[in-house]
Design a protein around this ligand. Structure first.
Ligand code: AMP
Ligand code: MG
Length: 350
């Protein structure tokens, strides 16, 4: 396994290393090295028009990537970075087209992970899409990366990701702020309203962001509309690709009868013990083929284990994945929207 100095050295020489963050493991390359970036697309089998997030270790490094931040962006950065929040910002012209897929914006994030931040201090900005093959769930521990890319793949081991879901992707410059001059898009430096759009829900919730202004989600209706428009203009291109869906059928679990009625050989992901009698039933039934993943009422644990559960189900050929129906959970939590989003995407494959 690599240590941090070896990882930094490889990256500076144009190599690729899988790195830990608090969200998921990333497949990292120096953000200024075109060949390394192209190799990332090749080994991940990622479509070339799906841009990469640039990870930075300090605000000085942000200056190398973007400029002219709006006040709204600055306040958000001050409060929520380092953290699981990616901002879409105007790119400097020096940022490679391969990183942004030719867009005028660049996605930037400062991860909240000590080892990763130390690495970034040594290397400078790194691009790091999730360290999985396109079509498998994002990796939340070293073993997931090795399972996709082989036992000898260089990984900087930072343990299990504390969040386990990809970052929130946010724009403070939704298109209705934009003015056009000729073909060029211009962003006013100061928007008169603090409007934000979430392109991908994550651990930083709409509720947390609402402290800064009004927040909307980019909805699946909007995605369809934009994808069929003449310009095929999807503001966050990753959204148009099919999402990972496990081989097993995912079922929202809300009562014990659903389990009694189905064939066994299922994996069951439970947040807590709120479904009457469920835990006792499952513990008595493990001999009969139920594999129970119990999160002891902790949403964070549920997030950490979601993709791991999907991977186990695929690997061990479970026929069903029962996931506690958190859509109807009586308590709110900052992770709830993101978790529902990922589970629904895995159900539908979109
Ligand atoms: P991943 O690194 O696999 O978590 O994916 C990164 C996500 O960020 C994808 O959904 C991309 O479409 C999105 N993204 C990256 N850069 C941009 C950008 N400049 N504008 C809009 N979305 C972006
Ligand atoms: Mg990904």
């Amino acid at each position: 396994m690599l240590d941090i100095d070896e990882a930094a050295k490889r990256l500076k020489l144009g190599g690729i290393v899988a790195i830990p963050t608090e969200t998921v493991y990333g497949l990292a390359a120096d953000a200024t090295k075109l060949l390394a970036i192209q190799e990332i697309f090749t080994i991940k089998k990622r479509p070339l028009d799906n841009p990469l997030i640039v990870h930075i270790g300090s605000l000085e490094q942000l200056g190398e990537i973007s400029k002219r931040l709006m006040e709204l962006e600055l306040s958000i950065i001050k409060k929520l970075w380092p953290g699981p929040l990616t901002l879409l910002l105007p790119r400097r012209t020096t940022v490679l087209d391969a990183v942004t897929a030719g867009l005028e914006t660049v996605a930037v994030r400062m991860p909240n992970h000590r080892l990763c931040l130390d690495l970034l201090q040594k290397t400078g900005p790194l691009v790091a899409p999730s360290a999985n093959l396109s079509g498998t769930p994002s990796p939340t521990k070293k073993e997931h990366v090795l399972s996709d890319f082989g036992e000898d793949f260089p990984v900087l081991d930072g343990g299990i990701c504390s969040i386990g879901l990809e970052s929130t992707v946010l724009s403070c410059r939704p298109s209705y702020f934009m003015t056009t001059e000729g073909n060029k898009l211009n962003y006013p430096y100061k928007a008169s309203h603090n409007n934000m759009i979430i392109y991908r829900p994550g651990a930083i919730s709409a509720e947390q962001l609402s402290e800064f202004g009004s927040v909307k989600y980019y909805t699946s209706n909007q995605i369809e509309q934009d994808a069929t428009s003449s310009s095929k203009n999807i503001p966050s291109p990753g959204l148009k690709y099919r999402h990972y869906a496990p081989k097993a059928k995912i079922v929202w679990l809300s009562n014990i009868e659903q389990l009694k009625g189905t064939q066994l050989n299922s994996i069951v992901l439970l947040l807590d013990n709120l479904i009457p009698d469920i835990k006792d039933f499952l513990e008595q039934s493990t001999d009969h083929g139920f594999h129970l993943v119990y999160c002891e009422g902790t949403w964070e644990r549920f997030g950490q284990l979601l993709y791991d559960t999907f991977r186990i189900a695929d690997l061990e050929n479970y026929t069903h994945i029962f996931v506690q129906d958190i859509r109807r959970h009586p308590f709110s939590n900052d992770l709830k929207e993101a978790l529902i989003n990922r589970i629904e995407k895995a159900i539908s494959g979109h």
